[in-house]
Ligand binder design. Sequence first.
Ligand code: C5P
Length: 222
Amino acid sequence: TKKIAIAIDGPAGAGKSSISKVVANELGYLYIDTGAMYRGVTWAVLDSHVDVKNQKDVESLLPSLDLTLEPTANACKVFVKGQDVTNLIRQQQINENVSTIASYKGVREYLVERQQAMAAVGGVILDGRDIGSVVLPKAELKIYLTASVDARAKRRWLEVQGTSNEQSLEDIKKNVESRDEMDKNRDESPLVCVEDAIVVDSSNMTFDETVEHILHLVQERI
Ligand code: C5P
């Protein structure tokens, strides 16, 4: 069977990363969580007390950032200057600032280049907002994974229950909506559903059904 590239895009909380992880494991593919990279940059910006709104200052941090992604079986670990920030990048403060950081051209160029280099090995699944449109425009399978905003907020809420990143359902819903709004309306690589993407609306599908459906789409292409 041939090894293909799979692009999964969609709004916040659609389940892209948890679904991608399982699909990658099933296929023996490499999973790359590109959102974690934008979150890693955001963590570094906040940690160095740079003003998030100052694009120039944010971009001037990039050359010394030393951001690395270490894909493991259950998660994509993120390191900034050798520090493991995998859990820290899920904090509310990151959720609130990441879409501003991700709107900057220099940040996107820096990360897209890294993502393309990591994907070059083949047999990969990348999830994000601009994978099918910018990062892997030639991906053999492009999926736009979406769900209603209520379904997405509820899932995110369940995910953070019992962790140090607990938030109210209402706060999560507001954050999901405001990130969607920013991600869809920015000038640089906005979230779009590209023409050759297959839309998967998981509002009324279970996790396992969604995984099965995507695996079926992969089978048709390998
Ligand atoms: O996927 P996740 O929700 O972790 O992504 C966090 C944020 O990073 C998104 O809301 C978006 O602003 C940004 N992002 C992006 N392009 C990607 C992946 C994430 O702009 N490919």
